[in-house]
Write a protein that binds this ligand. Structure first.
Ligand SMILES: NC(=O)c1ccc[n+]([C@@H]2O[C@H](COP(=O)([O-])OP(=O)(O)OC[C@H]3O[C@@H](n4cnc5c(N)ncnc54)[C@H](OP(=O)(O)O)[C@@H]3O)[C@@H](O)[C@H]2O)c1
Length: 234
């Protein structure tokens, strides 16, 4: 048994409601079901919610409000342009829970994808936190393509997938850490919500690189791979 599998098995079962019934709802929801969590898929269309829930063997399906009220964690898996309004509408239900925000605020441009404008702050995650002030918010899971979450044990080049996250509260950070570990991945805390804009921008940059035929994972070799030069770093 690998250390990672052992750590995954140590984590406790969570109840996770999902807002949205599309690709990310199915991919992340499926990963969480495999990790032993209870998942409820919520959508504005009952038939879509039922279809996605059946596809991933979720514990159930329901409305957006029912998904928000289901458990300690709530995944925001809707278009970035919709997230703030949904958080505002569901704020009383989201109070005391952790919202996992995987959205990527992106618009096309002649130069490739660019960040889209958000509502009042510098990131969707901070917008959600402002709209639902009694919820904890975590920016996470937005950098990888949905297909990565369908892998039973995402690991590449002998290393488990690292999942960067920015959390607005200590409770939200602890939940993210436990959830990511339970998936067999490596949690990578990247600070609080003031840094969430960096994750959103990184996702847009990576998508632009993939769309232009490049390989985003090749652009960030560790300075440790250039021993000697590291002494000159500031
Ligand atoms: N796909 C990826 O690889 C990927 C990777 C990282 C991050 N993301 C981000 O994850 C989020 C979801 O992406 P996705 O690929 O899962 O999209 P998707 O397959 O298009 O699903 C979007 C979901 O949002 C729902 N929705 C749309 N407008 C809504 C509204 N006004 N109120 C309530 N629900 C609404 C849709 O419901 P209907 O079916 O009723 O329209 C659908 O269930 C996006 O923010 C995206 O940027 C995606």
């Amino acid at each position: 048994m690998t250390t990672h599998t052992a750590r995954a098995m140590e984590s406790s079962t969570m109840r996770i409601g999902i807002l949205g019934t599309g690709s990310m709802a199915a991919a992340l929801g499926g990963a969480w079901v495999r990790a032993g969590h209870q998942v409820l898929v919520g959508g504005r269309d009952a038939a879509s919610a039922a279809t996605t829930a059946a596809r991933i063997d979720a514990a159930g399906h329901g409305s957006l409000t029912e998904a928000a009220a289901y458990g300690e964690a709530v995944l925001m898996a809707v278009p970035a342009s919709v997230a703030r309004g949904l958080a505002l509408e569901l704020a009383p239900v989201l109070a005391g829970r952790t919202v996992l925000d995987c959205t990527v605020p992106m618009n096309p441009s002649p130069d490739g994808p660019v960040l889209s404008t958000v509502g009042g702050t510098d990131s969707v995650a901070a917008d959600i936190a402002a709209a639902a002030p009694d919820a904890g918010v975590v920016k996470a899971f937005g950098i990888c393509h949905e297909s990565i979450w369908t892998l039973p044990h995402p690991a590449f080049e002998d290393a488990p997938l690292a999942v960067p996250f920015c959390a607005g509260t200590a409770t939200a950070a602890a939940l993210a850490e436990e959830l990511i570990t339970s998936m067999g991945c490596l949690p990578l805390p990247c600070g609080g919500l003031p840094r969430a804009a960096l994750l959103e921008a990184a996702a847009v940059l990576a998508i632009g690189i993939w769309w232009s035929g490049g390989e985003a994972r090749h652009i960030l070799p560790s300075p440790a791979l250039a021993p000697g030069a590291i002494d000159d770093m500031p």
